[in-house]
Write a protein that binds this ligand. Structure first.
Ligand SMILES: Cc1ncc(C[n+]2csc(CCOP(=O)(O)OP(=O)(O)O)c2C)c(N)n1
Ligand code: SF4
Ligand SMILES: [Mg+2]
Length: 298
């Protein structure tokens, strides 16, 4: 796909006396680390945005030759078709174990997993917690869309209280199935975790904040600081039964209050800062990301 460009408003006269633009400016182009193929994601699905952000960070760092991603089982099972660097495929929930093996065998590589909430927080919860406890020097990109997307909309460990899904037609009943898990809060207490941040991608500012978080998570891995995770509060318009626009609104109204945006652990900022950031995020919800996103572009 060719880049989208804008003609510079500065003009100069040519020989015939006609004003001609002197230059063009690139407004949008495909990151080098994304293959030139269309994705299979549904309209309004945020998986595609997050793919792009990961690819942009890999490009920024110039690490496409040493990056290895691990695909989950879920709607992003085909991520290896979209990233233009090495990828491996893990069985459902096992991405942290596969990433651990790759990183230990090839410590100079930058290794990340890309996992949905069913994959990471249900069948893969043990792998997740133990990889974090071991302080594996891997990065986890966690897509929390509060549902099992690929398999048709069953309840996930992250589905909200009262949320109607294929397997909770009367709404998630916490009396019988318990409470949704807050993964960043859970992992932040573990010694091996260097960085944990929850972001979303519903506005341009929040997209930029999400990219900064992903960049930081990769940086911390490269610096050997430990396990890093970025949780992205995401949409699944198809299984939620909404239009893309409605899905964004539902996410803001329902997910962000339960899953406050913010930094939950940052070993460089110190342990105290992480708790303060998290409780501040809990109080202010989406605004914490919006505030963070007023910083300049990386
Ligand atoms: C061992 C095993 N158990 C169950 C499944 C069925 N399965 C495939 S994808 C999936 C859940 C996907 O949901 P999530 O991880 O949230 O990803 P999403 O599609 O929402 O991005 C399940 C249960 C499987 N493929 N393998
Ligand atoms: S089913 Fe949901 S998560 Fe899967 S591609 Fe469609 S919108 Fe995205
Ligand atoms: Mg999911």
């Amino acid at each position: 796909m060719s880049a989208i460009t804008e003609k510079d408003t500065t003009t100069s006269e040519d020989a015939a006396g006609t004003d001609k633009p002197t230059s063009t400016r690139v407004l949008f182009s495909r990151p080098k680390s994304l293959s030139e193929v269309s994705t299979h994601y549904c309209p309004g699905c945020t998986h595609g945005i997050v793919h792009r952000l990961v690819a942009e960070v890999v490009d920024q760092l110039g690490i496409e030759g040493k990056t290895i991603g691990v695909c989950p089982v879920g709607c992003s099972v085909l991520a290896y078709n979209y990233f233009d660097f090495d990828m491996a495929q893990a069985a459902h929930g096992r991405a942290p174990a596969v990433a651990t093996g790759i990183k230990r065998a090839l410590p100079d590589r930058v290794v990340f997993t890309y996992q949905g909430d069913g994959d990471l927080a249900s069948i893969g919860m043990a792998e997740t917690v133990h990889a974090a406890l071991r302080g594996e020097k891997i990065t986890v990109i966690f897509i929390n869309n509060a549902i099992y997307g690929m398999t048709g909309g069953q309840m996930a460990p992250t589905s909200l209280p009262g949320q109607v899904t294929q397997t909770s037609p009367y709404g998630r009943d916490i009396e019988t199935v318990g409470y949704p898990v807050r993964v960043c809060e859970l992992l932040a207490d573990l010694e091996g975790v260097a960085f944990a941040q929850r972001v979303t991608v519903d506005t341009p500012n929040n997209v930029r904040a999400a990219r900064r978080a992903i960049r930081k998570a990769f940086d911390y891995q490269i610096e050997g600081l430990g396990y890093s995770i970025v949780e992205v509060i995401s949409t699944c318009p198809t299984n939620w039964g909404f239009t893309p626009q409605e899905a964004l609104e539902w996410m803001r109204q329902n997910m962000l209050p339960y899953y406050p945006l913010g930094v939950y652990k940052d070993v460089k900022a110190g342990a105290a800062a992480s708790g303060a950031a998290a409780s501040g995020a809990a109080a202010s919800g989406a605004s914490s990301a919006a505030a963070g996103s007023t910083e300049g572009e990386d």
